[in-house]
Each structure stands twice: as C-alpha cells, then as structure tokens.
Ligand binder design. Structure first.
Ligand SMILES: Cc1ncc(COP(=O)(O)O)c(C=O)c1O
Length: 395
C-alpha cells in the first residue's frame, strides 16, 4: 500500500479505535464468547472449559437438536444442495423453498410467503419496500431495531405509542392517521404479549394495515403454536414476519401476507432480489420443524410447564418478575454494572444468563434476560432460582 493510501486510511482507523475505547470505558463494548456445545444436552455448554446450564437461548423448543429436523437438513442438503446457489430471481428458488412457503401458509392462513436469510433482513425489506416518505407509520415504542432501521430507510414518518397501550395507540391514530400499525407479538426483551386483537380491531376500523413481527411468537404462542394470527379469532394481520432462528431451531425468516403483497416484494425488495436465496437444506429443516411443532404438542407443553415452574419457584424465593407468561422472563435490575455483576456471579455458579443493557433496553432498565426452553429440567430451574435468590440478596 502506498504512503498516500496509508495516510488516508489513518483517520478512519483512529475513529474506530476511539469508538471502541469510548464504549469500553462505559462498559458497553460488546464481545463474543466462544461456546463449546454439548452434543447430548441442548441446555448445556462450556466456555473456557467450564460447564454452564444455559438460560439465554431462543431455541425455545430445542428443535435445533431435534433428530427429525437434523435428518431433514441432511436429506435437504443431499437432495437440493447445501447452499442457495443464486438469487431466488435467478435459479435460487426451488421445491424446498416452495414447500416451506406452503407449510407456512397452511400454518398461518396467509395466502403467500417470501423467504429471507434472516429476520433482520425480512423486517428491513418489508419496511423499506412498503413505505415511502408520504407515509405516517405507528409502532409500539419497543419494536425491534430491524423495524426501526427499515422505517428510517423508507423515509416514512415514524410515530410511536406507549408500549402495549391501546389507549395510546388510539390517541395516536386520531392525531396522525397512520397507514399502518406495527408491533411485536412477544416482545424480545420483555416477554410480554401485545394486545393483538385490540390493535387488529383498531386497524380494521381505520382502514390501516396491521403488521406483526412474530419472531418470538411463531412456534410457541397461539393455537398449535402457530403464532400471532392463531392467538384469537378475528386477528387480521396484513403482513406477518416469522423467524426460523428461534422456536423453529433453524435460520432465516419469512414475510407472510396476500398474494399481491408477496408479488410486490418479489419485484421490488432489494434485499430479496440482490441476495443469495436461503439454503434449501435449511428450508427443508424448517419445514420439518413446523411439522414437529404441529405433531408433537408435548414440546410446547413441556415449555409451558418449565415456565410455570420458574414463575412459582421465583415467587417462593421472593424474586420479583415482570408478569411475563412466556419463555422470556426478564428480571429488571436497573443499573448496568450491577446487572453485569449478578450475571458474572451466576456464571461462577454454572448458570449462563444474558445481561441486557442500554442501548438494547432503556436507560435504567438493565436486566437479566432469562429464557426457558423445553430442554430444561425442573431440578435445573430450581437450582438456578435458589442461586439467583442468594445473589440478589447479597448484592
Ligand atoms: C423481535 C425480533 N425481530 C426480528 C429479529 C431478527 O431475527 P433474526 O435473528 O432471524 O435476524 C429478532 C432477533 O433478535 C427479534 O428479536
């Protein structure tokens, strides 16, 4: 590299180093840990040769280790290939994708589906492609970063209502006449469920679209675990984003909606047109996950039993919970440093829990994000709660 080029790069390098230092000073520099998975027990892993019981996974049903799902991934790779090969608009759309889209439509009642390689991309594509700078869009205050980024990139004017507050949504409707309302079904950092029926009715009354990010709902809430649209009669969702990396134990996502919406996205969504298709092996695995969820209700029953055990056990130990009834059970600590210290002490006792801090959650609301899965056993849950109660008392 010439001297001139080195000099030109230097300011950028300095900027990166300075940004890292500033985050590190505030205790906010995010880092990865390398996890050694246990092939036998999905709820266990090792980090630096130390064993942990995992209370931070979104693999709520343990399907990433399910033998049928793994077999489908294997035979999907053999039959259709391990990789997507090209954009779906070239030759990257095949029978594995078509079968998964059909399974998703059957499960949710939507007319059509479109597959993406991640939920972040699906949300971003939907927002950026659907809206433009003449639109006002109303969202719950806590919707995911991918929705916010997509809306910002679309140029739409973003209005927010108080989290899960139908009165606030109604008030905002009267003031701003939005063309769409967007919520999550199960909120990723809070675990509470949106008032889906009320928001759907509000949208119907006002001729607006109802859009739901069902990332943490599909697979575990609603009739048969089939997500937001299956929670109650009469919930009409115009566009629903389901992700495969959480309860379905795979990877990727889909946008579900009318035939016209999907046709529009195929023709216009740059994230779909200019990107390699979802791996067909993964599509086959996700199709098997949907079958497994429908045909093995015991998985969801086990998850619900574990959630109930956790809540009862916390209640007995006087640990304050938030009232969430889903697999996501936050314990609000408030201060970021204290949250980190508690998570560290839990690790010393062999329990791995995410310490969630700003900017992921609001200032002053740092929390332990405890997640339950169908893979946990009762003894692990009781042991975890006993240790947590001791640590909370000490701190
Ligand atoms: C609510 C919500 N939506 C979308 C996403 C993105 O999904 P994916 O992990 O498939 O990119 C996430 C993942 O963290 C999420 O929590």
């Amino acid at each position: 590299m010439s001297n001139v080029a080195t000099k030109k790069l230097q300011p950028l390098h300095d900027r990166v180093v300075e940004a890292n230092r500033s985050l590190a000073d505030k205790g906010l520099l995010r880092k990865r840990v390398k996890v050694m998975l246990d092939p036998e027990h999905a709820s266990c892993f090792e980090v630096d040769d130390l064993p942990y019981i995992n209370f931070s996974s979104n693999d709520y049903l343990g399907l990433s280790r399910d033998p049928n799902v793994i077999e489908a991934l294997y035979s999907g790779a053999k039959d259709f290939g391990a990789g997507g090969a090209s954009s779906p608009l070239v030759i990257g759309y095949n029978q594995a994708h078509q079968q998964l889209e059909q399974a998703l439509c059957n499960a949710t009642g939507h007319e059509a589906a479109l597959l993406f390689c991640s939920g972040f991309t699906a949300n971003h594509a939907l927002m950026k492609t659907l809206f433009n700078d003449s639109d006002q869009v109303l969202t719950d205050k806590l919707v995911h970063a991918s929705v916010i980024d997509g809306l910002q990139d679309s140029g739409a004017t973003l209005k927010r209502f108080i989290h899960n507050d139908v009165a606030s949504a109604t008030h905002n409707f009267e003031r701003h006449a939005p063309c769409a309302v967007i919520t999550e079904s199960v909120f990723s950092m809070d675990g509470d469920v949106a008032p889906l029926a009320e928001l759907s009715a509000l949208c119907k009354q006002n001729g607006a679209w109802f859009i739901v990010d069902d990332a943490h709902g599909f697979g575990v809430i609603g009739d048969n675990g089939m997500g937001a649209s299956a929670v109650a009669e009469g919930i009409d969702i115009d566009a629903q984003v389901v992700t495969f990396g959480k309860a379905l134990g795979g990877q990727g996502a889909a946008i579900l909606g009318s035939r016209e919406l999907i046709e529009y996205l195929v023709a216009n969504a740059r994230q779909y047109i200019y990107s390699t298709a979802l791996s067909p092996a993964n599509a086959a695995a996700v199709t098997a996950s949907i079958d497994t969820i429908i045909n093995t209700p015991q998985l969801n029953q086990k998850l619900q039993a574990n959630i109930a055990t956790f809540i009862t056990s916390c209640d007995a130990a006087s640990i304050e919970l938030t009232g969430s009834c889903t697999a996501i059970q936050p314990i609000i600590i408030g201060d970021s440093a204290r949250t980190l210290a508690i998570a560290k002490r839990l690790k010393e006792h062999g329990f791995w829990v995410g310490a969630i801090r700003p900017p992921t959650v609001a200032q002053g609301s740092a929390r332990l994000r405890v997640t339950l899965t169908a893979e946990h056993c009762e003894e692990d849950i009781h042991a975890f709660v006993a240790v947590l109660a001791d640590i909370l008392q000490d701190q």
